[in-house]
Design a protein around this ligand. Structure first.
Ligand code: NAD
Ligand code: DAU
Length: 354
């Protein structure tokens, strides 16, 4: 079996669903259930004995030690993190606590467990750390895309905390020989994406008749990858990645934010037209920019393609259409995630702007 952390969140839940679709190997899922953790994402696995959920913190050494001793996983996949850049600007502390201190405790627990393994169990053990392209900082329009050798230059408390965790993971390989793998992925989108992030926020706000808040001039560029493609990349790295290596994962899909928002509006115009016949694009509102906003991210995913044969299955056109359709078909999920906590966040972040 494998132990997966943070798998009640967006990418982790997609990963577990896809994993159990393709494999009989059981999963133990440890998630703290912060505001971003949602067991509804895993409702389709109800009654499936291959999935066991444990509410807990990756920084809780006693709990992780106990789970490792009890379940003897052959791998740990670490998704658990505070993941939202804007929240890290309002309050960085949770990011340091989970992304840095939590990852450290998880690594320590994994090291103790791995060092006590013997024979093939020890040889085959893996610790896969899921990270982000944001650790590389920002690019100008003419810069080449990030490769695995681009120096780290994180600019937000979120990306600095992820960079820090990546360094710890690297150090555990170099110092202790721990069998680690790291993936650095670009912006994901797809089912179960919490509507604090750009794409689901735009869908949810558009349908509610609210403003679509675009930061600054909307010309910041991100590289977008459908979440299921990120999950397949992680499975492939876990299966065949070289120990101690890092792999960039991306969709070869660089787009400015305003183009993303207009695409979402056009799809909604087609699939759920506004009652007044006007376009949802009329709701676009330019608001104050994010402090320290990175201008451009771009991932060069040549290494994972060349060495492991991975490439994304979806284009942006197919992925975004599936995503918008998913939100239209899952109104109950959308309603439930917009709890009291969510409304407080929206007031704090957009109250004065939107
Ligand atoms: P998310 O915020 O949707 O989910 C994070 C999950 O981690 C939640 O279920 C939360 O409850 C859980 N969690 C938080 N703190 C925890 C703790 N201390 N112990 C245990 N569980 C805890 O995030 P996501 O978008 O699914 O991202 C997952 C991982 O992928 C993160 O490490 C993130 O940095 C990385 N990543 C995300 C993207 C993206 O576009 N979303 C891109 C690249 C990398
Ligand atoms: O690049 C990978 C990263 O992508 C992950 O590591 C992060 O966990 C994930 O949250 C995401 O970070 P971003 O900051 O790029 O994602 P977000 O959806 O918050 O914003 C995407 C872009 O859209 C960014 O340039 C900011 C802009 N934006 C965002 C929001 C929420 C807006 O213009 N308006 C908004 O309301």
């Amino acid at each position: 079996m494998i132990l997966v952390t943070g798998a009640a969140g967006f990418i982790g839940s997609n990963f577990v669903i896809d994993w159990l679709d393709q494999s009989e190997e059981a999963v133990i899922n440890v998630d703290k259930l912060t505001y971003a953790g949602n067991l509804e994402n895993l409702a389709g696995l109800k009654g499936d004995a291959r999935h066991q959920f444990v509410q807990g913190d990756i920084g809780d050494r006693a709990l992780i030690d106990k789970l490792l001793a009890e379940h003897k996983p052959r791998a740990i996949v670490n998704f658990a993190a505070e993941s939202h850049v804007d929240r890290s600007i309002h309050g960085p502390e949770d990011f340091i606590q989970t992304n840095v201190v939590g990852t450290f405790h998880l690594l320590e627990a994994a090291r103790g467990y791995w060092q006590a393994l013997e024979g093939d169990d020890r040889k085959n053990f893996r610790f896969l750390h899921v990270s982000t392209d944001e650790v590389y900082g920002t690019l100008s329009p003419s810069d080449p895309a990030f490769t695995e050798t681009t120096p780290y230059a994180p600019n937000s408390p979120y990306s600095a905390s992820k960079a820090s965790s990546d360094h710890l993971v690297r150090a555990y390989h170099h110092t202790y020989g721990m069998p680690v793998l790291t993936t650095n992925c670009s912006n994901n989108y797809g089912p179960f994406h919490f509507p604090e992030k750009l794409i689901p926020l735009m869908i949810v706000n558009a349908l509610a008749g609210k403003n679509l808040p675009v930061y600054g001039d909307g010309m910041q560029v991100r590289d977008w990858l459908y979440v299921k493609d990120h999950c397949s990349a992680i499975r492939r790295v876990l299966e065949a990645g070289q120990l101690g290596e890092t792999y960039n994962v991306g969709g070869w899909n660089e787009k400015p934010n305003i183009e993303i928002v207009k695409t979402v509006c056009a799809l909604l115009d087609e699939l759920r037209p506004r009652a007044d016949g006007k376009s949802y694009a009329e709701q676009i509102t330019y608001v104050t920019d994010r402090p320290g906003h990175d201008r451009r991210y771009a991932i060069d995913a040549t290494k994972i393609h060349r060495e492991l044969g991975w490439k994304p299955a979806e284009t942006f056109d197919t992925g975004i259409r599936k995503t918008v359709a998913w939100y239209l078909e899952n109104e109950a999920w959308v309603q439930h995630v917009q709890s009291g906590d969510y409304r407080q966040w929206v007031d704090l972040q957009y109250g004065a702007k939107a």
